[in-house]
Ligand binder design. Structure first.
Ligand SMILES: Nc1ncnc2c1ncn2[C@@H]1O[C@H](COP(=O)(O)OP(=O)(O)OP(=O)(O)O)[C@@H](O)[C@H]1O
Ligand SMILES: [Mg+2]
Length: 319
């Protein structure tokens, strides 16, 4: 659906996006991640023909972003970082106006807008002025706008920016639902959201791609040690006994109340020591109220990947 080749954007000597190449297949939900200033929005704006690339090229649904920008735009629903809305228009009125701009006929636009409002739970505010809407509702109007012409591909730039936790959860479900009918490229900083919705993530940093893989594989590639927590009523000697278990590298006990102790175990990356810990506790007659392993998250993988870089200033021009 998307094929980018050596896509590059330079702003007055600063390289914001540096020869990136990637693909997004039909039906995929791809998360586009990276720290602030990494070049996410710049890339998305090039793909949606709002910004011309300095070098390189891309095609969307087989159409070139330069030569066939009209065809490209027809196939993309784009929700930019700052959704531009007309504050003095009513929600329904605005969306019908947008639908007409996108070439949908007068009669068809009513149905299309109705559907988009339904999908984004906007029907109740159809007659409200945009200026009176909360941030969350404005975001939804932006999404309805992106959907109204039923594009094959949705490009969403931080659609959950500024939403409360409840709304983030709602939008996550909505994105999953939309993923059944659309290919989606979504940029966000909410990694738990990506972990649950995206089949693949592309991580960009300082204008170059650092990784492109499923969240699962990225987590698996982490070379960080494992962590196990044991909360038990055990004597002072327990720490040494735990440390003797194969695979355990370090034990940090911390006294809780009423004789309970929390033991944080650092383990080798690939070993799961929970069974051995359980056996030891049984044998010694320790009372246990928690034994758990802390699974690594996409956030861990993300932080780890970006840490590998030397902290030089990379956005400076590279020629
Ligand atoms: N119009 C512009 N003129 C000059 N530099 C720009 C312009 N737009 C963006 N940049 C620079 O390009 C780099 C990439 O910006 P971009 O907005 O693509 O980052 P981003 O990954 O979307 O970040 P964020 O997570 O903060 O949205 C930044 O260093 C930014 O300062
Ligand atoms: Mg951005």
């Amino acid at each position: 659906m998307i094929e980018a080749r050596h896509l590059t954007k330079r702003y007055a000597g600063r390289t914001a996006v540096d020869r990136i190449s990637f693909e997004v297949g039909k039906g995929e939900i791809v998360g586009f991640l990276g720290p602030n200033g990494a070049g996410k929005s710049t890339t998305l704006r090039m793909l949606t023909c709002f910004l011309s690339a300095t070098e390189g090229t891309a095609t969307v649904a087989g159409y070139d972003i330069y030569e066939d920008s009209v065809e490209v735009r027809r196939r993309i629903g784009y929700m930019p970082e700052n959704v531009p809305l007309y504050p003095d228009m009513r929600v329904g009125e605005y969306l019908r106006f947008r639908a007409r701009l996108k070439g949908i006929g007068h009669r068809a636009s009513r149905g299309a807008v109705g559907e988009a409002m339904e999908t984004c739970s906007l029907t109740a505010v159809e007659r409200k002025m945009i200026s009176t809407l909360s941030k969350g509702y404005r975001q939804r109007v932006g999404l309805a706008d992106a959907l109204v012409h039923k594009p094959e591909l949705l490009i969403l730039d931080e659609p959950t920016n500024g939403l409360d936790p409840g709304q983030i959860r709602q939008s996550r479900n909505l994105i999953r639902e939309l993923g059944e009918r659309h290919t989606i490229l979504i940029s966000t900083h909410i990694l738990s959201e990506v972990e649950m919705t995206c089949g693949r993530v592309i991580i960009i940093d300082r204008g170059t791609i650092k990784a492109s893989d499923s969240p699962r594989n990225l987590i698996r590639r982490l070379r960080r040690p494992g962590a196990v927590l044991l909360e038990a009523k055990a004597p002072a000697t327990a720490a040494a006994r735990l440390a003797a278990i194969a695979g355990v590298k370090e034990v940090n006990p911390s006294e809780d109340r009423d004789g309970w102790t929390s033991f944080s175990l650092t383990t080798d990356p690939q070993s799961d020591v929970r069974e051995a810990v359980h056996e030891l506790a049984l044998k010694e007659g320790w009372k246990v109220r928690e034994l758990s392993s802390r699974a690594a998250s996409l956030e861990d993988a993300f932080v780890d990947l970006l840490k590998e870089e030397t902290p030089s200033d990379p956005v400076e021009s590279k020629t």
